[in-house]
Design a protein around this ligand. Structure first.
Ligand SMILES: Cc1ncc(COP(=O)(O)O)c(C=O)c1O
Length: 364
């Protein structure tokens, strides 16, 4: 099956075969070596040249847990988080701080709009109780890229901590983490890194990690200083998904061999191929090209075509596409191009799409 959803993704044989490495105990030196390798490779891939200023924390969890860990661990007593919300994953962060009563009224935008840094500056001046500001890098809901550098600069200039959810961005989009003082970035193994779901991670500025040690502990499983302390000793506080880590390690090797910049270019070319093919069929994208990511394109459903029929008929030919979410559920569909996909996979998909759309049976 060719997966054109934004994770889990198709993985290479090498990554799949890594699942079959020997059984090990996570309290033994073999696991310490594996964990050490993953943490080192994450810094090499995403913070080249700034490895010594950051640390990588690995969790057995999905991306949401990494984001929740970042938000819960980053607030001093009495301080709150401001969430920039322009999609499902911004909304999810608002939900997280809402559950824990750690938020202020959110910075909510239309789902196709990008945040204005000057409006954020004003909001931060009006809310001295805000300490952390969080935003999604690549809003998977629509495929929109948020203006990370501009927002990070405003947050830093106001002496607040900037936290980025790059769960669907890292490995697929260029991201300068150390330049604009991003304090913490959440990611996952199972999207553009081309591993399996089940392992998530955080890249954290070491100085900020030291400060977080003095902040209140708000979760047993998701308290980052606890992970840091244990992972620095070569172990992990809770039983890890060892086999998923094996595959994560292999996926990081592949990423480093390919080069992050080359991976990004490969994805960009793949998105370009899909976009050209869809445009030739008259299928309209939801977003203008200048804000589109390299890995997802959201399209309006062709007139008279319902999503379920489109999905089911493409799946019957071996291609999984993805529905819209939330308020966009009945209006759009998404095509992702993350993962170990070949050009033939994408041209095959475009041919199948054309046949399906032309077939009168999909018309309501
Ligand atoms: C931007 C973003 N953040 C967070 C998540 C949540 O990740 P997970 O589903 O692994 O919990 C996703 C998942 O697609 C995402 O795209």
């Amino acid at each position: 099956m060719i997966l054109l959803n934004p994770g889990p993704v198709n993985v290479s044989e090498r990554v799949r075969n890594a699942l079959l490495r020997p059984d090990i105990c996570h309290r033994e030196s073999e696991f310490s070596d594996l964990l050490k390798g993953i943490r080192r490779k994450l810094l090499l891939a995403f913070l080249p040249g700034a490895e010594s200023d950051y640390t990588a924390i690995v969790l057995t969890a999905s991306g949401t847990a990494a984001v929740e860990a970042a938000l819960l661990s980053s607030l001093p007593t009495g301080k709150r988080a401001l969430i920039i919300n322009n999609g499902v994953y911004g909304e999810r962060m608002s939900g997280i701080v809402g559950v824990h009563r750690l938020g202020v009224s959110e910075f909510k935008l239309d789902w196709a709009a990008r945040p204005d840094p000057e409006k954020l500056r004003l909001a931060l001046r009006q809310h001295p109780e805000v300490y952390a500001v969080a935003m999604v890098h690549h809003e998977t809901t629509t495929g929109l890229i948020n203006p990370v550098k501009e927002i990070a600069e405003v947050v830093d200039s106001q002496n607040r901590a900037f936290i980025l959810d790059s769960v669907s961005g890292l490995g697929g989009e260029a991201l300068d983490i150390s330049g604009p003082h991003i304090y913490m970035v959440a990611g996952t193994a199972g999207k553009c890194i081309q591993g399996f779901p089940g392992a998530a991670f955080l890249l954290v500025r070491k100085g900020f990690m030291e400060r977080m040690k003095t902040y209140p502990k708000r979760s047993l499983y998701l308290h980052l200083p606890n992970y840091y302390e244990t992972e620095e000793k070569g172990t992990i506080p809770f039983t890890p998904a060892v086999q998923v880590y094996y595959a994560f390690d292999a996926a990081l090797d592949e990423l480093l061999e390919e080069g992050v910049a080359n991976r990004i270019q490969r994805y960009k070319r793949a998105a370009g191929l899909i976009r050209k093919g869809m445009a030739a069929m008259g299928i309209k994208p939801m977003l203008p090209p200048e804000v589109q990511s390299n890995t997802i394109t959201a399209y309006h459903l062709p007139p008279g075509v319902d999503y379920q029929t489109l999905h089911d008929r493409l799946k019957a030919q071996g291609y999984v596409i993805y529905a819209g979410q939330g308020q966009l559920e009945s209006r759009i569909f998404r095509i992702a191009n993350m993962g170990a996909l070949s050009e033939a996979d994408l041209t095959g998909f475009l041919a199948a799409f054309q046949t399906v759309v032309e077939t009168s049976a999909v018309r309501t």
